[in-house]
Design a protein around this ligand. Structure first.
Ligand code: MN
Length: 430
Protein backbone atom coordinates (compact mmCIF):
# COMPACT_ATOMS: atom_id res chain seq x y z
CA UNK A 1 0.00 0.00 0.00
CA UNK A 2 1.49 3.32 -1.07
CA UNK A 3 1.71 6.03 1.53
CA UNK A 4 -1.21 8.51 1.42
CA UNK A 5 -1.74 11.87 3.06
CA UNK A 6 -4.84 13.01 4.91
CA UNK A 7 -4.66 16.05 2.61
CA UNK A 8 -6.77 14.96 -0.38
CA UNK A 9 -5.04 17.11 -3.01
CA UNK A 10 -1.73 15.34 -2.24
CA UNK A 11 -3.25 12.03 -3.35
CA UNK A 12 -4.34 13.28 -6.77
CA UNK A 13 -2.37 11.07 -9.19
CA UNK A 14 -1.53 14.05 -11.42
CA UNK A 15 -0.21 16.21 -8.57
CA UNK A 16 3.50 17.01 -8.67
CA UNK A 17 3.59 17.05 -4.88
CA UNK A 18 2.46 13.79 -3.22
CA UNK A 19 3.61 12.90 0.29
CA UNK A 20 6.57 11.03 -1.24
CA UNK A 21 7.97 14.25 -2.77
CA UNK A 22 8.02 17.02 -0.12
CA UNK A 23 10.19 19.58 -1.96
CA UNK A 24 11.46 22.69 -0.18
CA UNK A 25 10.92 26.32 -1.15
CA UNK A 26 10.56 29.85 0.20
CA UNK A 27 7.34 31.83 -0.10
CA UNK A 28 5.72 35.11 0.85
CA UNK A 29 2.27 35.08 2.43
CA UNK A 30 0.57 37.81 4.48
CA UNK A 31 3.68 40.06 4.30
CA UNK A 32 6.03 37.40 5.65
CA UNK A 33 8.66 35.27 4.01
CA UNK A 34 9.00 31.71 5.33
CA UNK A 35 10.40 28.45 4.08
CA UNK A 36 8.02 25.59 3.47
CA UNK A 37 7.32 22.23 1.90
CA UNK A 38 4.94 21.66 -1.02
CA UNK A 39 2.19 19.12 -0.40
CA UNK A 40 -0.67 18.77 -2.91
CA UNK A 41 -2.01 22.28 -3.53
CA UNK A 42 -0.71 23.58 -0.20
CA UNK A 43 2.53 24.72 1.39
CA UNK A 44 3.43 23.45 4.83
CA UNK A 45 4.75 26.60 6.53
CA UNK A 46 7.85 25.47 8.45
CA UNK A 47 8.05 28.68 10.48
CA UNK A 48 4.45 28.19 11.58
CA UNK A 49 5.28 24.57 12.42
CA UNK A 50 8.00 25.72 14.81
CA UNK A 51 5.63 28.29 16.34
CA UNK A 52 3.04 25.54 16.92
CA UNK A 53 5.55 23.26 18.57
CA UNK A 54 5.22 20.73 15.75
CA UNK A 55 8.99 20.41 15.34
CA UNK A 56 9.86 20.48 19.06
CA UNK A 57 11.02 16.84 19.04
CA UNK A 58 13.71 17.62 16.49
CA UNK A 59 17.23 18.83 17.34
CA UNK A 60 17.37 22.53 18.02
CA UNK A 61 19.50 23.33 14.95
CA UNK A 62 16.80 21.92 12.67
CA UNK A 63 14.08 23.99 14.35
CA UNK A 64 16.35 27.04 14.11
CA UNK A 65 16.93 26.45 10.37
CA UNK A 66 13.16 26.15 9.82
CA UNK A 67 12.65 29.69 11.13
CA UNK A 68 14.85 31.27 8.43
CA UNK A 69 13.69 33.08 5.28
CA UNK A 70 15.93 30.99 3.00
CA UNK A 71 17.01 27.37 2.97
CA UNK A 72 20.75 28.05 3.42
CA UNK A 73 20.85 27.12 7.12
CA UNK A 74 18.98 23.88 6.48
CA UNK A 75 21.20 23.10 3.49
CA UNK A 76 24.26 23.44 5.69
CA UNK A 77 23.06 20.84 8.21
CA UNK A 78 23.62 17.85 5.93
CA UNK A 79 21.83 14.64 5.00
CA UNK A 80 21.15 13.21 8.49
CA UNK A 81 19.29 16.40 9.48
CA UNK A 82 17.41 16.47 6.14
CA UNK A 83 16.33 12.85 6.67
CA UNK A 84 15.10 13.56 10.20
CA UNK A 85 13.06 16.58 9.16
CA UNK A 86 11.65 14.74 6.15
CA UNK A 87 10.67 11.68 8.20
CA UNK A 88 9.03 13.92 10.80
CA UNK A 89 7.06 15.92 8.20
CA UNK A 90 6.02 12.68 6.49
CA UNK A 91 4.53 11.53 9.81
CA UNK A 92 2.71 14.85 10.25
CA UNK A 93 1.05 14.46 6.85
CA UNK A 94 0.56 10.69 6.79
CA UNK A 95 -3.07 9.55 6.69
CA UNK A 96 -2.36 6.53 8.90
CA UNK A 97 -0.31 7.89 11.73
CA UNK A 98 -1.56 11.38 12.47
CA UNK A 99 -3.60 11.91 15.58
CA UNK A 100 -6.60 14.23 15.17
CA UNK A 101 -5.11 16.74 17.56
CA UNK A 102 -1.83 16.91 15.62
CA UNK A 103 -3.68 17.11 12.34
CA UNK A 104 -5.56 20.21 13.52
CA UNK A 105 -2.26 21.86 14.43
CA UNK A 106 -0.82 20.99 11.02
CA UNK A 107 -3.92 22.17 9.15
CA UNK A 108 -3.51 25.74 10.39
CA UNK A 109 0.05 25.84 9.07
CA UNK A 110 -1.00 24.94 5.51
CA UNK A 111 -1.00 27.87 3.10
CA UNK A 112 -2.89 27.64 -0.23
CA UNK A 113 -0.21 27.59 -2.91
CA UNK A 114 -2.26 29.96 -5.06
CA UNK A 115 -2.28 32.62 -2.36
CA UNK A 116 1.49 32.53 -1.81
CA UNK A 117 4.18 34.25 -3.83
CA UNK A 118 7.24 32.07 -4.28
CA UNK A 119 10.64 33.56 -3.41
CA UNK A 120 14.24 32.63 -4.15
CA UNK A 121 14.77 29.44 -2.14
CA UNK A 122 18.35 30.27 -1.17
CA UNK A 123 20.97 32.97 -1.27
CA UNK A 124 23.01 31.61 -4.15
CA UNK A 125 26.65 32.51 -3.66
CA UNK A 126 28.01 30.97 -6.81
CA UNK A 127 26.62 29.35 -9.92
CA UNK A 128 28.42 26.91 -12.21
CA UNK A 129 27.03 25.44 -15.40
CA UNK A 130 28.27 22.14 -16.84
CA UNK A 131 28.00 20.57 -20.29
CA UNK A 132 27.17 17.01 -19.26
CA UNK A 133 25.04 15.88 -22.23
CA UNK A 134 27.17 14.25 -24.90
CA UNK A 135 24.27 14.45 -27.37
CA UNK A 136 24.01 18.22 -26.80
CA UNK A 137 27.79 18.65 -27.06
CA UNK A 138 27.89 16.59 -30.26
CA UNK A 139 24.97 18.35 -32.01
CA UNK A 140 26.20 21.82 -31.09
CA UNK A 141 29.78 20.86 -31.98
CA UNK A 142 28.62 19.71 -35.42
CA UNK A 143 27.24 23.16 -36.20
CA UNK A 144 30.68 24.68 -35.62
CA UNK A 145 32.95 21.76 -36.57
CA UNK A 146 31.12 19.26 -38.82
CA UNK A 147 34.12 16.91 -39.07
CA UNK A 148 35.17 17.04 -35.45
CA UNK A 149 32.13 17.77 -33.29
CA UNK A 150 33.41 16.52 -29.94
CA UNK A 151 36.59 18.07 -28.56
CA UNK A 152 39.24 15.59 -27.29
CA UNK A 153 38.78 16.52 -23.60
CA UNK A 154 35.04 15.77 -23.49
CA UNK A 155 35.18 12.13 -22.39
CA UNK A 156 37.73 12.89 -19.64
CA UNK A 157 36.66 16.26 -18.22
CA UNK A 158 33.19 17.24 -17.00
CA UNK A 159 33.33 20.58 -18.85
CA UNK A 160 31.87 23.62 -17.11
CA UNK A 161 32.06 27.39 -16.80
CA UNK A 162 31.47 29.81 -13.94
CA UNK A 163 28.13 31.52 -14.40
CA UNK A 164 26.72 34.60 -12.80
CA UNK A 165 24.76 34.21 -9.54
CA UNK A 166 23.42 37.79 -9.42
CA UNK A 167 21.15 37.34 -12.45
CA UNK A 168 19.53 34.08 -11.35
CA UNK A 169 15.80 34.77 -11.16
CA UNK A 170 12.79 32.82 -9.99
CA UNK A 171 10.26 31.21 -12.31
CA UNK A 172 7.76 33.69 -13.82
CA UNK A 173 10.21 36.60 -13.73
CA UNK A 174 10.12 38.29 -17.15
CA UNK A 175 13.34 37.93 -19.12
CA UNK A 176 14.44 40.96 -21.09
CA UNK A 177 16.04 40.25 -24.45
CA UNK A 178 19.70 41.17 -24.04
CA UNK A 179 21.67 43.61 -26.17
CA UNK A 180 25.16 42.77 -27.21
CA UNK A 181 27.76 42.46 -29.92
CA UNK A 182 26.98 40.17 -32.79
CA UNK A 183 28.73 39.58 -36.07
CA UNK A 184 27.15 38.13 -39.19
CA UNK A 185 29.39 36.63 -41.87
CA UNK A 186 32.04 39.01 -43.16
CA UNK A 187 30.37 42.21 -41.97
CA UNK A 188 31.67 44.26 -39.07
CA UNK A 189 30.28 43.52 -35.59
CA UNK A 190 27.24 45.51 -34.46
CA UNK A 191 25.68 46.25 -31.07
CA UNK A 192 21.95 45.73 -30.57
CA UNK A 193 19.22 43.35 -29.38
CA UNK A 194 20.21 39.69 -29.73
CA UNK A 195 18.37 37.99 -32.59
CA UNK A 196 19.05 34.34 -31.72
CA UNK A 197 17.61 34.02 -28.22
CA UNK A 198 17.41 30.43 -26.99
CA UNK A 199 16.54 28.52 -23.81
CA UNK A 200 18.47 25.61 -22.31
CA UNK A 201 16.60 22.86 -20.46
CA UNK A 202 18.72 21.91 -17.45
CA UNK A 203 18.54 20.48 -13.96
CA UNK A 204 20.23 22.32 -11.10
CA UNK A 205 21.62 20.90 -7.88
CA UNK A 206 21.75 22.95 -4.70
CA UNK A 207 24.86 22.34 -2.66
CA UNK A 208 24.34 21.35 0.99
CA UNK A 209 27.37 21.33 3.27
CA UNK A 210 30.37 22.68 1.41
CA UNK A 211 34.07 21.85 1.58
CA UNK A 212 37.02 23.82 2.89
CA UNK A 213 39.27 25.65 0.47
CA UNK A 214 42.10 23.32 -0.48
CA UNK A 215 40.09 20.17 0.26
CA UNK A 216 38.03 18.11 -2.14
CA UNK A 217 34.90 15.95 -2.00
CA UNK A 218 35.37 12.32 -3.01
CA UNK A 219 33.09 10.73 -5.57
CA UNK A 220 31.41 8.39 -3.07
CA UNK A 221 30.72 11.29 -0.69
CA UNK A 222 29.49 13.67 -3.37
CA UNK A 223 25.74 13.09 -3.04
CA UNK A 224 25.87 13.82 0.70
CA UNK A 225 26.62 17.39 -0.42
CA UNK A 226 23.56 17.70 -2.70
CA UNK A 227 20.53 19.18 -0.92
CA UNK A 228 18.18 18.71 -3.85
CA UNK A 229 17.34 19.41 -7.47
CA UNK A 230 15.39 22.07 -9.35
CA UNK A 231 14.86 23.03 -13.00
CA UNK A 232 17.11 25.60 -14.64
CA UNK A 233 16.63 27.58 -17.84
CA UNK A 234 20.04 28.87 -18.91
CA UNK A 235 18.81 31.48 -21.40
CA UNK A 236 21.38 31.92 -24.18
CA UNK A 237 21.87 34.52 -26.90
CA UNK A 238 23.42 32.35 -29.61
CA UNK A 239 24.50 35.18 -31.90
CA UNK A 240 26.33 36.91 -29.05
CA UNK A 241 27.76 33.56 -27.91
CA UNK A 242 29.24 32.57 -31.27
CA UNK A 243 31.09 35.90 -31.51
CA UNK A 244 32.36 36.15 -27.92
CA UNK A 245 32.99 32.55 -26.80
CA UNK A 246 36.57 32.08 -27.96
CA UNK A 247 38.92 31.69 -26.17
CA UNK A 248 37.37 31.88 -22.67
CA UNK A 249 33.84 30.49 -23.13
CA UNK A 250 30.38 31.93 -22.43
CA UNK A 251 30.14 35.42 -20.97
CA UNK A 252 27.44 38.01 -21.75
CA UNK A 253 25.51 35.58 -23.96
CA UNK A 254 24.42 33.78 -20.77
CA UNK A 255 24.81 36.15 -17.82
CA UNK A 256 21.76 38.33 -18.55
CA UNK A 257 19.34 35.87 -16.88
CA UNK A 258 19.07 32.30 -15.59
CA UNK A 259 15.67 31.10 -14.38
CA UNK A 260 15.15 28.47 -11.67
CA UNK A 261 12.02 26.67 -10.50
CA UNK A 262 10.97 27.49 -6.92
CA UNK A 263 10.81 23.95 -5.46
CA UNK A 264 13.90 21.94 -4.55
CA UNK A 265 13.24 18.20 -4.74
CA UNK A 266 15.30 16.17 -2.22
CA UNK A 267 17.42 13.34 -3.64
CA UNK A 268 15.67 11.07 -1.13
CA UNK A 269 12.37 11.60 -2.97
CA UNK A 270 14.04 10.43 -6.17
CA UNK A 271 15.56 7.29 -4.60
CA UNK A 272 13.05 4.91 -6.27
CA UNK A 273 14.04 6.36 -9.65
CA UNK A 274 17.79 5.84 -9.46
CA UNK A 275 19.25 4.05 -12.47
CA UNK A 276 22.73 3.24 -13.75
CA UNK A 277 24.54 6.17 -15.25
CA UNK A 278 24.61 6.11 -19.06
CA UNK A 279 26.82 3.31 -20.36
CA UNK A 280 29.87 4.59 -22.17
CA UNK A 281 30.16 3.56 -25.81
CA UNK A 282 32.55 0.83 -26.88
CA UNK A 283 36.00 2.36 -27.19
CA UNK A 284 35.31 5.33 -24.87
CA UNK A 285 37.89 5.77 -22.11
CA UNK A 286 36.87 4.94 -18.54
CA UNK A 287 36.60 8.02 -16.29
CA UNK A 288 39.82 8.75 -14.39
CA UNK A 289 39.88 7.08 -10.99
CA UNK A 290 38.79 10.08 -8.90
CA UNK A 291 35.56 10.15 -10.98
CA UNK A 292 34.81 6.42 -10.64
CA UNK A 293 32.04 5.79 -8.16
CA UNK A 294 31.58 2.36 -6.59
CA UNK A 295 27.78 2.73 -6.82
CA UNK A 296 27.63 3.56 -10.49
CA UNK A 297 24.59 1.29 -10.91
CA UNK A 298 22.60 4.06 -9.15
CA UNK A 299 24.41 7.20 -10.25
CA UNK A 300 21.75 8.24 -12.76
CA UNK A 301 18.17 9.43 -12.25
CA UNK A 302 15.25 8.46 -14.47
CA UNK A 303 13.73 11.93 -14.69
CA UNK A 304 11.70 13.08 -17.70
CA UNK A 305 12.40 16.70 -18.61
CA UNK A 306 10.22 18.69 -20.99
CA UNK A 307 10.15 22.11 -22.64
CA UNK A 308 6.88 23.81 -23.60
CA UNK A 309 6.39 26.95 -25.65
CA UNK A 310 3.53 29.43 -25.26
CA UNK A 311 3.65 32.01 -28.02
CA UNK A 312 1.52 35.16 -27.89
CA UNK A 313 -0.85 33.53 -30.43
CA UNK A 314 -1.18 30.40 -28.27
CA UNK A 315 -1.93 32.57 -25.23
CA UNK A 316 -4.47 34.70 -27.06
CA UNK A 317 -6.22 31.61 -28.46
CA UNK A 318 -6.45 30.25 -24.91
CA UNK A 319 -4.86 26.93 -25.87
CA UNK A 320 -2.31 24.98 -23.89
CA UNK A 321 1.43 25.59 -24.32
CA UNK A 322 2.89 23.20 -26.87
CA UNK A 323 5.52 20.67 -25.88
CA UNK A 324 8.57 21.07 -28.11
CA UNK A 325 10.95 18.58 -26.53
CA UNK A 326 11.16 15.73 -24.07
CA UNK A 327 14.40 14.26 -22.74
CA UNK A 328 15.68 12.40 -19.70
CA UNK A 329 18.29 13.20 -17.07
CA UNK A 330 19.56 9.60 -17.32
CA UNK A 331 20.97 10.35 -20.78
CA UNK A 332 23.75 12.56 -19.38
CA UNK A 333 27.34 11.42 -19.95
CA UNK A 334 28.43 12.70 -16.53
CA UNK A 335 26.58 12.03 -13.26
CA UNK A 336 25.68 14.71 -10.72
CA UNK A 337 28.27 13.22 -8.34
CA UNK A 338 30.99 13.36 -11.00
CA UNK A 339 30.24 17.04 -11.68
CA UNK A 340 30.37 17.96 -7.99
CA UNK A 341 33.53 15.95 -7.31
CA UNK A 342 35.30 17.32 -10.36
CA UNK A 343 34.37 20.86 -9.28
CA UNK A 344 36.13 20.42 -5.92
CA UNK A 345 38.98 18.22 -7.20
CA UNK A 346 41.35 21.20 -7.42
CA UNK A 347 40.50 22.33 -3.90
CA UNK A 348 37.84 24.85 -4.94
CA UNK A 349 35.41 25.33 -2.07
CA UNK A 350 31.67 24.95 -2.59
CA UNK A 351 29.31 26.58 -0.12
CA UNK A 352 25.78 25.79 1.04
CA UNK A 353 23.34 27.35 -1.42
CA UNK A 354 25.67 27.23 -4.43
CA UNK A 355 23.96 26.14 -7.62
CA UNK A 356 25.51 23.66 -10.07
CA UNK A 357 23.59 23.03 -13.27
CA UNK A 358 23.96 20.09 -15.64
CA UNK A 359 24.05 21.96 -18.94
CA UNK A 360 21.45 21.38 -21.63
CA UNK A 361 19.86 17.95 -21.24
CA UNK A 362 19.46 16.34 -24.64
CA UNK A 363 19.05 12.74 -25.70
CA UNK A 364 20.09 10.83 -28.80
CA UNK A 365 16.65 10.88 -30.48
CA UNK A 366 14.82 13.54 -32.45
CA UNK A 367 12.45 15.33 -30.10
CA UNK A 368 14.84 15.14 -27.15
CA UNK A 369 16.89 18.24 -28.01
CA UNK A 370 17.06 20.50 -24.95
CA UNK A 371 17.40 23.83 -26.80
CA UNK A 372 16.29 25.42 -30.08
CA UNK A 373 19.83 25.60 -31.48
CA UNK A 374 19.95 21.79 -31.67
CA UNK A 375 16.64 21.61 -33.53
CA UNK A 376 18.13 23.39 -36.53
CA UNK A 377 19.18 20.02 -37.90
CA UNK A 378 15.48 19.14 -38.11
CA UNK A 379 13.51 20.94 -40.80
CA UNK A 380 15.23 24.23 -40.02
CA UNK A 381 12.59 25.46 -37.58
CA UNK A 382 10.13 24.16 -35.01
CA UNK A 383 6.63 23.89 -36.48
CA UNK A 384 3.86 24.72 -34.03
CA UNK A 385 0.24 23.62 -34.14
CA UNK A 386 -0.81 27.27 -34.59
CA UNK A 387 1.03 27.28 -37.93
CA UNK A 388 3.80 29.41 -36.42
CA UNK A 389 7.48 28.54 -36.74
CA UNK A 390 10.40 29.16 -34.42
CA UNK A 391 14.11 29.09 -35.13
CA UNK A 392 14.74 31.16 -32.01
CA UNK A 393 12.56 32.84 -29.37
CA UNK A 394 10.51 35.93 -30.15
CA UNK A 395 9.32 38.64 -27.78
CA UNK A 396 6.10 37.48 -26.14
CA UNK A 397 7.18 33.82 -26.11
CA UNK A 398 6.92 32.11 -22.75
CA UNK A 399 9.09 29.03 -22.16
CA UNK A 400 7.95 26.53 -19.53
CA UNK A 401 10.20 23.71 -18.31
CA UNK A 402 8.74 20.75 -16.43
CA UNK A 403 10.15 17.52 -15.01
CA UNK A 404 8.77 14.44 -13.36
CA UNK A 405 9.72 10.93 -12.37
CA UNK A 406 6.98 8.37 -12.79
CA UNK A 407 6.66 4.61 -13.09
CA UNK A 408 3.71 2.23 -12.65
CA UNK A 409 3.16 1.50 -8.97
CA UNK A 410 5.31 4.41 -7.85
CA UNK A 411 4.20 7.95 -6.92
CA UNK A 412 4.77 10.76 -9.39
CA UNK A 413 7.58 13.05 -8.22
CA UNK A 414 7.10 16.39 -10.01
CA UNK A 415 9.26 19.51 -10.09
CA UNK A 416 6.55 22.13 -10.72
CA UNK A 417 7.35 24.69 -13.39
CA UNK A 418 10.28 26.86 -14.43
CA UNK A 419 8.74 29.56 -16.64
CA UNK A 420 9.84 32.83 -18.18
CA UNK A 421 8.28 35.31 -20.61
CA UNK A 422 10.61 36.97 -23.11
CA UNK A 423 10.07 40.75 -23.23
CA UNK A 424 11.52 43.24 -25.68
CA UNK A 425 15.04 44.61 -25.35
CA UNK A 426 15.62 47.87 -23.53
CA UNK A 427 15.99 50.87 -25.86
CA UNK A 428 19.60 51.57 -26.83
CA UNK A 429 21.26 54.56 -25.18
CA UNK A 430 24.73 56.04 -25.23
MN1 MN B 1 23.83 25.92 -20.15
Amino acid sequence: MALKSWLASANDPVSDFPIQNLPYGAFRYREQTHIGIAIGDRILDLFACTANGLLAQLPEEIEYACRMETLNALMELGPEAWQRLRAHVTDLLDAEYTKDETRKKVEVTLVPMQAAEMQMPARIGDYTDFYASIDHATRVGKLFRPDNPLLPNYKYVPIGYHGRASSIVLSETAVRRPCGQTKAGDSAPVFGPAKSLDYELEVGMFVGPGNRLGESISINEAERHIFGLCLVNDWSARDMQSWEYQPLGPFLAKSFATTISPWIVPLEALAPYRVPVRKRAEGDPAPLEYLQSTKHDRDGIDLTVEAYLETRAIREAGIKPERISRGNLRDLYWSLAQMLTHHTSNGCNLRAGDLLATGTISGPDEGSEGCLLEMKHRSGAVQLATGEQRTFLEDGDRVILRAHAQRPGLPRIGFGECAGLVIEAAPLTR
